[in-house]
Design a protein around this ligand. Sequence first.
Ligand SMILES: Cc1cc2nc3c(=O)[nH]c(=O)nc-3n(C[C@H](O)[C@H](O)[C@H](O)COP(=O)(O)OP(=O)(O)OC[C@H]3O[C@@H](n4cnc5c(N)ncnc54)[C@H](O)[C@@H]3O)c2cc1C
Length: 275
Amino acid sequence: MVKLEYGYLPETLAEALEIRAAEKVVPYAGGTDLMVEAEEHATYLFLNQLAELSRINVTEDMLEIGAACTYTELLNHEAVPQVLKDAMILIASPATRNQATPAGNICNASPKADSALIFVAAGAKLRLRSVQGERIVPIGEFFVGRGKTILRDDELLTEILLPRRGLDNYYYKKIGARASMAISRVSFVAIFGEEAGRITRMSIAFGAISSVILRFPEFEALMIGKTIEEAKALKGEFLAKFDEAIVPIRGRVSATYRKQACMSLLNDFLASRGI
Ligand SMILES: Cc1cc2nc3c(=O)[nH]c(=O)nc-3n(C[C@H](O)[C@H](O)[C@H](O)COP(=O)(O)OP(=O)(O)OC[C@H]3O[C@@H](n4cnc5c(N)ncnc54)[C@H](O)[C@@H]3O)c2cc1C
């Protein structure tokens, strides 16, 4: 382990976890969120050179993404699903993507986090480790508010566990002020599945409209098992539920704009699947 002026450069994950347990340190992946508002006296725990966190492990059902893997590495990896690639390619610029990580995007816990949106809709899980052991939590339970997560002070996010199956049929849109280098004003993804004429999946997530990324599994459940014709008949009820539940906060754009954008995207997604 190397002690630097601003923190620690551990050589192994075990060392990193020991430092995390013993001292008040700020985990540092790519630093692209942290350095925007760098704390003057922070002690950083640099994770970006840890070999154990730099792996992408492909199993039959799962992609295990190490917390030090950058967007560029993931964009160049053949097993990464296209829906995640579509979101990552719109994040910042190539230079930032060479440093920044989805793990940092998740731990920063912004509702505007573009890769986190995809992980939420895809039902990813997070492996959190400490010197005490590990726990695996669904990403939806990780966020408790803007910038707030359930991560303990002695824990690190070590891997993102992304299911590999059932992500190919999707609808993704990011609304920003520009075509590139834009922070989301509203983001939307829907992952769809259909088998033997019946809907098997409709996982919908909305970003940048509330204090956390929003998903409504109880509304999604209305459409599961239905034929397209049955789904069409339910469309009014389905849309009304979202219309009532989505109460966007005001930001750089008005709450009214955000609400209209959400409902238009939801409608457009349904129409694109014949509903
Ligand atoms: C110019 C610019 C443009 C940007 N554009 C976008 C955009 O379009 N979309 C978007 O979503 N974001 C954007 N961002 C924000 C940022 O780049 C992303 O959120 C990025 O994914 C953060 O990753 P990082 O590795 O740099 O995180 P860091 O800055 O290193 O860390 C972010 C937070 O996560 C914590 N953390 C990091 N790793 C771990 C870990 N393993 N365990 C526990 N805690 C950890 C850190 O302590 C910190 O609180 C932009 C940033 C800049 C500077």
